[in-house]
Ligand binder design. Sequence first.
Ligand SMILES: [Zn+2]
Length: 285
Amino acid sequence: MKFSHPHADVFVPDSSGTSPEVALARTTHLCVIAHQDDIEINAYPAVAECYGRSDRFFTGVVMTNGAGSARTGSYASVTDAEMQRIRCEEQRTAATLGKYNLQLQLAHASADVKQPGHPAVAADLTAIFGGCRPSVVYLHQPADKHDTHVACLLRCLEALRALPRDRRPARVLGVEGWRDLDWLADDRKVPLDASAHPALAEKLVAVFASQIAGGKRYDLAALGRRLANATFFASHATDSAGALSFAMDLTPLVNDETLPIVDFTVAQIENLRTDVAGRLNKFGA
Ligand SMILES: [Zn+2]
């Protein structure tokens, strides 16, 4: 299995000698995301659904090389190149801990991911989406406030929309990242149970020590967000999941390549506007 960038990393954690091609082909849950740690922070329910199962296979794809990340604390003297290597290693450790089926790190520069139709990025994504038939694909959500996350989503949608209709995944979800999904009306949120294997959930984020060292407590924040989602989800019964991640259903964008992504997203924001205005009006504003 060969990808465009010479630093691309292909890793099958299972020690039984499964080839990357076979691992990719059997993928049932596929997450394609921008950075090392984005899977573990934002798509944990996908990992948990496959963890320890012999009939489900989680494949994680990290699009960028992790260059330019903050280097503070004990990492202050580390070069950018060395940091990229450390982050790649951290991602492999997470894949092993989480018993992922396959971990791909494509090592693209962020600037390349931001270019519509970038040939090397497109070639890699076509090979990945064309090499498996997952039942669900997890991507970034379109209202994320991190430029690379949004660009990563757009490149993925380009690749998925270019597949023949009968090869497109049945379900595509956008997960929380550098903006949560509280702006979606409750009936548009896709709640994903994040409560399974709590010790694993914690360890998977703590693995990324290089990102936490500078004082950004992603480990606490990721788990805290899941707890807050579960607690404040209005229609959510008390006996259900104690930790929830939210996702946005992006399947319509993949089924219909003529549906404008901006219109689709802004329509959801309009829903929120209607909801807020309606409640204020109802009580005499
Ligand atoms: Zn990220």
